[in-house]
Ligand binder design. Sequence first.
Ligand code: HEC
Ligand code: HEC
Length: 171
Amino acid sequence: MKKWILSLFGVTAIASLLALTPSRTTAPSADPREDSLAADRAKHVKAIKEAIVGKEKLPAEQVFKNIKIFKGQPAEAVLGIMENRWSKTLGVSCSHCHNLNDWASDEKGDHKIATDMVAMVGKINDEVIAALPSYATKDRKPRIGCSTCHRGEAHPGRPNGARPAGGPPRN
Ligand code: HEC
Ligand code: HEC
């Protein structure tokens, strides 16, 4: 009887492990839209990495054609920011800001806005927050970044934003 109960436990444990394992590795994320964007971003980054192979660690301005913000940063780090920070923070893929036939082009409005937003974030951190009297004596001052406002939205603060309502905020 005892053996029977134990083996039943064993079988249940194995069955639940089997049930868990595939669902952990293959389950889509809570937001299917993000999954398709992630695949699209990864595809573009892979293609660019193949095109710049051997030059990943060189300063971005030596590898790419139109670098103004990220001068001095390794080329691969710029791709990391594009894929893992800006795109995710805004809930978009590369084509939101880029002409996919000419990555260096800044013809798209969002490319210009992103450049302006970098300057804005710098000003808020280095001038506005740095001058806050309540933090004057503190070593650690607050800092903001794109995700402080965007949180997965291209249009933060719009009640009916680009994303369907009800989705969780993303970084
Ligand atoms: C929010 C807008 C935005 C998104 C989204 C974005 N980029 Fe960018 N990207 C920029 C801006 C702005 C620059 C210019 C950076 C600079 O001046 O240093 C840039 C520069 C680049 C460059 C250098 C081009 C050159 O020749 O000068 C590449 C390559 C690039 N991005 C790839 C990507 C890829 C791949 C994705 C998607 C994974 C992506 N970007 C998503 C705004 C964006
Ligand atoms: C202080 C809040 C704040 C911060 C920080 C911020 N943004 Fe924005 N951003 C906004 C607002 C507000 C809009 C206008 C949204 C709208 O059009 O409804 C906007 C719009 C944009 C757009 C245009 C989106 C579109 O589809 O029209 C881009 C691109 C963008 N931001 C990129 C960035 C990037 C990159 C950073 C970090 C370097 C950043 N933002 C930081 C508040 C912020």
